[in-house]
Write a protein that binds this ligand. Structure first.
Ligand code: ATP
Length: 236
């Protein structure tokens, strides 16, 4: 579904990604874990066309999308839930969801998507008229995921969905991520600092350190890996 080959990204003099390669197979949840500043967000931004790759290649369904413009990439069926959620604080829940479908014109299909989002997140339906800025962090994360689903993606990228969210809601959100993956067959690339949770729901994982992939394996194997355990799983 997605192949990233030897990706290099710099912000001026800061070389953020040093030749990253990774793969997401159709229907899989793949996770990218790593500490603050390792380059996780930059990897997602480069895939979705929000930062420019200096070199390397991004292949989506076998075709190069390297440095294609972000809205064209969305049209191909890729959706990105950014770190910090970035919902439109002054718009209602309903308006935020409608914004997620702005590239689509088929009203019936948009309505179907809205119903699906409400079936996954009943809380959004209850609060559809509420202004998004007044939702809790967890509810805003649900809204950000719901908004991404409104473009009917085949491939979804999630940047730190657990960040700043109450533990109980984090659990719910991760269950919903699995549900979306299973029900809709949407392939997912998940970036997380909460390695425990991320490795629990994914099939394959990559560990990023200072812009380089230092480890990759089946998630179940990474959870047993001593290096991963001591650095990312709290030494358990
Ligand atoms: P975090 O979890 O803190 O977001 P991350 O793993 O997602 O961390 P990135 O945000 O991708 O890491 O950052 C990778 C490196 O690139 C860091 O050294 C960071 O300081 C740098 N960087 C990120 N964005 C910019 C920017 N807009 N301008 C300059 N440097 C940046």
């Amino acid at each position: 579904m997605l192949q990233v080959k030897n990706l290099n990204v710099s912000y001026g003099a800061i070389h953020a990604l040093h030749g990253i390669s990774l793969e997401v197979k159709q229907g899989d949840i793949v996770t990218l874990i790593g500490a603050n500043g390792a380059g996780k967000t930059t990897t997602l931004r480069a895939i979705s066309g929000l930062v420019k790759a200096q070199s390397g290649e991004v292949l989506y369904e076998g075709k190069s999308i390297t440095n294609m413009r972000a809205h064209q990439i969305v049209k191909l069926g890729m959706s990105h839930v950014p770190e910090g959620r970035m919902v439109f604080a002054n718009l209602t829940v309903l308006e935020n969801l409608q914004m997620g479908a702005y590239l689509r014109t088929d009203k019936k299909a948009i309505q179907n998507e809205m119903e699906y989002v409400f079936s996954v997140f009943p809380r959004l339906q209850e609060r559809q008229k509420q202004v998004a800025g007044t939702l809790s962090g967890g509810e805003q994360q649900m809204l950000a995921i719901g908004r991404a689903l409104m473009s009917k993606p085949k491939f979804l990228m999630l940047d730190e969905p657990s960040l700043g969210i109450a533990p109980l809601l984090v659990k719910t959100i991760f269950e919903k991520i699995v549900e979306i993956n299973k029900q809709q067959g949407i392939s997912i690339l998940l970036v997380e600092q909460n390695a425990n949770l991320a490795l629990e729901i994914s099939t394959y994982g990559y560990v990023l350190e200072t812009g380089r992939i230092i480890l990759q394996d089946q998630s179940s194997a990474l959870r047993q890996n001593p290096q991963v355990k001591s650095a990312y799983l709290g030494g358990m």
